[in-house]
Design a protein. Structure first.
Length: 146
């Protein structure tokens, strides 16, 4: 402990002896801390906010575990047979829905635009408690083949 105090006193003496270096070090630390704080605030405000759904505390995302992926082992998509088994065989969830994200392209008047889209099950929008802005949502029987 005595050595650490001596080292601290020596460091403070050196900083007092070199005011130019001390000023640059303090400014660098202040800029680094302020930029870090600003970036965290922006990420927190835009990316970590709760989804605008009915009762967001009750909505969870289920993923499969694939140890072969290494670092992101729990970020695997759930297979259709697993989804169907969970949907029909569990009382744990009040409702269950699935989605499969993909990118689609839309061409209007020779202008092509990439769109984020997803194939979803008929219970998806009801589970989230949202309604479509245009058109209608799924009706019973829309998921039947044919």
């Amino acid at each position: 402990m005595r050595t650490a105090v001596q080292d601290l006193i020596y460091g403070l003496r050196q900083l007092r002896k070199n005011p130019g270096f001390t000023g640059v070090a303090v400014i660098t630390l202040a800029l680094g801390i302020s930029v870090n704080s600003t970036m965290f605030s922006l990420v927190s405000a835009f990316m970590l906010r709760r989804p605008p759904v009915h009762e967001p505390d009750r909505v969870v995302v289920i993923s499969a575990i694939d140890p072969a992926q290494g670092f992101h082992a729990d970020a695997s998509t759930v297979s259709i047979p697993n989804y169907l088994a969970w949907r029909s065989g569990t009382d744990l969830f009040s409702e269950i829905a699935a989605s499969d994200d993909y990118r689609a392209s839309l061409t209007v008047e020779r202008q092509t635009e990439a769109l984020d889209s997803a194939a979803v099950t008929p219970t998806y929008f009801g589970l989230l408690g949202v309604t479509p802005e245009m058109g209608r949502s799924f009706q019973p029987g829309d998921d039947k083949i044919g």
